[in-house]
Design a protein around this ligand. Sequence first.
Ligand SMILES: *Cc1c(COP(=O)(O)O)cnc(C)c1O
Length: 426
Amino acid sequence: MSRSADRSRALFEKAQTLMPGGVSSPVRAFRSVGGHPLYMSRGEGAYLFDEDGNRYIDFVLAWGPMILGHAHPAVLEAVTRAAKDGLAFGTTHRHEVELAELILSAYAPFDRLRFVVSGTEAVATAVRLARGATGRSLVLKFEGCYHGHVDALMVKAGSGLATQGLPESAGVPQGVSGSTLVVELGDVAALEQVFATHGKELACAILEPLPANNGLLPQTDAFLQKLRALTQANGSLLIFDEVISGFRYGYHGYGKRCGVQPDLVTLGKIIGGGLPVGAVAGSGKLLDQLAPLGKVYQAGTMAGNPVCLAAGIATLKELKKGQVYSHLETLGARVEKGLSAIPGARVRRLGGVFWPYLTHEGPLPTRTSEVSALAVTKYKASYQGWLDAGLYLPPSAWEVGFLSAQHTVEHVDALIAGVKAAMAHA
Ligand SMILES: *Cc1c(COP(=O)(O)O)cnc(C)c1O
């Protein structure tokens, strides 16, 4: 296939002289699949168009927010109307009330939330609140869960069972990472050991209830319930980081699905409908400890921006009707069936989220350490062929793919055919 990429290549060359690695966020640099990134110019429905005029079926969807697809009419109209009324006021405004109600209606018994600008900020706020509310400093996280680039959570496991965190990034002091403990997903023995040793010093445990940033690694309800029981028994808070999973599998949080009620939930991605919005939700008893009522400080010039919230409101209203979720389940099931039938390929899938796993070596992973190097190699080897076939998948074997309300059976069948062709050559 001859797919022109001259403009993307030229832009990337220039960008690298202006921005570190030429990007605004590292995974966009295509380093784990090779080649150079594409410069997208337009999104419409299930499609992205690049600067060279190529069209792709988009299975990345801005890494999750675009659950309604690109340029959804209801979202566009809401954003346009809000923008005409003014881009920012730095005051209270009615959209805050409306979106807060729409979100909290899905998260009963929670009755308070604070708007922030990103998922990272939501997590930073939730952790500070947990520490402020408990008067404790230790935080427990799980290997393979991503919580944004918050210092305290840019941490990897050290050696040993229940380990004190080591900085995963330069610039994070030991003093910060050292107050984070890390255990492996699904490891009940390690979990029990951490709580036996440090339970009374733990401010909170945080995890993605459906880990989706290192492959899709669903945990058993029993594991999540065990974590709930241990946090409760030790007076530690449980934070579900639902920046991906919130409103993803129905008009509710993941807690409803697994039968676990967390103390705090962090949100982002979908609730902004493609514009930057994050939130922390919980009970009034906890959230009212934030300033101005409480002693935990948090603020933001752009927090609760009216145009961004208008996009979130339009998105959630559309989702609340329910049809989108059944559409995603139907299409998702087709992806699962189609990819599973390809020799050498497997897939993990929940609703409209799928993770191609291109090897039959070993079991389908439920923790990061089980992910086969072969699956990663095959993904990388397939990637340029997918672009040539007009398929835009996550530029990393560790990231999940997404379907939107505007994807169709034809789009899904093109994906299946593309993976099949790649596996035949790989
Ligand atoms: C994307 C993500 C974040 C970070 O959100 P940003 O808006 O990128 O800061 C945090 N937690 C999870 C689970 C995420 O998927």
